[in-house]
Design a protein around this ligand. Structure first.
Ligand SMILES: Nc1ncnc2c1ncn2[C@@H]1O[C@H](COP(=O)(O)OP(=O)(O)OP(=O)(O)O)[C@@H](O)[C@H]1O
Ligand SMILES: [Mg+2]
Length: 223
C-alpha cells in the first residue's frame, strides 16, 4: 500500500500538533517515527487510521482519499494506550483473537504466537482482567494474525519484557521482508536490530525531518 501525506495539519482545539507534513511511504517501507513526548507521534498514527479526522491537508492510500477509504482491514494497529479499553462482552483472549481474525487462522499458529510473545498462560483469561502490557501483547498477536498490508505499532516495546522483545522485532522484520509496510513509533532506542528503511523525526516545535536509513547513518557520523 502506498501512503501519500500532503501538507497535513492537525490540531486539538487550539493546540496545533502537526504542521504541513508531507511524505510518501512506498509499499514495503519500514518507517520508524521518533520524537520527544508530545511531538505528535500517536496523533499522526491516529490520523493515518482515521481516528483523528483529517481536515487540513490530505492522505491517500493507493491514491484513494482517506475520507472515502473504507478497507480498514488492510491495517493492523497496536495502540499505545489501553486505559480506556473495556470490552463489552466477557471474552477470553482466545475468543477475541478468533473473532477478530479476518482470515481463518488455525489454532496452532495462534497459540504459537501467544507463546512466543510470552502470554500463552493467558489464553483463557477474560480480556477485561489483563494489565495494559498484557493487553498490548494480545493486540500485537491480533495485528500479526490478520496479515495486514500496513502494520502501525505505537511504542510496542514499552510493555514487552526484554526476553520477548527480540522475538517481537524479528517477527516484525520478517513481516516487512514479506512485503508488509511497517510504521513503528519508538523513542530513545537503538534501531540497529530493526529492518527500517526511513526515519520520520517529529520535533516539539512542529518541525520534522524524513530521511532514508542511509542518509540518517551518514548524518549520524557527522554529529
Ligand atoms: N485527545 C487529545 N486531546 C487534546 N490534546 C491531545 C490529545 N491527544 C494528544 N494531545 C496533545 O497533543 C500533543 C501530541 O500528543 P501525542 O500523544 O501525539 O504525542 P506523542 O509524540 O505520541 O507523545 P508520547 O511520546 O508521550 O507518546 C501533546 O501535546 C498532547 O498533550
Ligand atoms: Mg504517543
Amino acid at each position: 500500500m502506498q501512503i501519500d501525506i500532503h501538507n497535513l495539519n492537525f490540531s486539538y482545539g487550539h493546540r496545533q500538533v502537526l504542521a504541513d507534513l508531507s511524505l510518501t511511504v512506498k509499499p514495503g517501507d519500514y518507517v520508524v517515527i521518533q520524537g520527544k513526548n508530545g511531538s505528535g507521534k500517536s496523533t499522526l498514527a491516529k490520523c493515518l487510521l482515521g481516528f483523528n479526522p483529517v481536515k487540513s491537508g490530505m492522505i491517500f492510500y493507493n491514491h484513494e482519499d482517506i475520507n472515502t477509504f473504507s478497507d480498514w482491514t488492510q491495517f493492523g494497529y497496536v495502540p499505545q494506550e489501553f486505559e480506556d479499553f473495556n470490552y463489552e462482552f466477557p471474552v477470553t483472549v482466545d475468543e477475541l483473537l478468533t473473532f477478530s481474525s479476518i482470515k481463518n487462522i488455525n489454532q496452532s499458529r495462534r497459540l504459537k504466537l501467544l507463546d512466543q510473545i510470552g502470554i500463552l498462560d493467558l489464553v483463557n483469561e477474560n480480556i477485561n482482567n489483563l494489565s495494559g502490557g498484557q493487553l498490548q501483547r494480545v493486540f500485537i498477536v491480533r495485528a500479526m494474525l490478520n496479515d495486514p498490508d500496513v502494520l502501525i505499532l505505537d511504542e510496542p516495546a514499552a510493555s514487552i519484557d526484554r526476553m520477548n522483545i527480540n522475538f517481537f522485532y524479528k517477527a516484525v522484520n520478517q513481516l516487512n521482508l514479506e512485503g508488509i509496510t511497517v510504521i513503528l513509533i519508538t523513542h530513545n532506542e537503538s534501531l540497529n536490530h530493526l529492518n527500517y528503511s526511513h526515519v520520520l523525526n517529529l520535533g516539539t516545535d512542529l518541525s520534522y525531518t524524513y530521511q532514508t536509513r542511509e542518509s540518517c547513518e551518514i548524518g549520524g557520523h557527522d554529529q
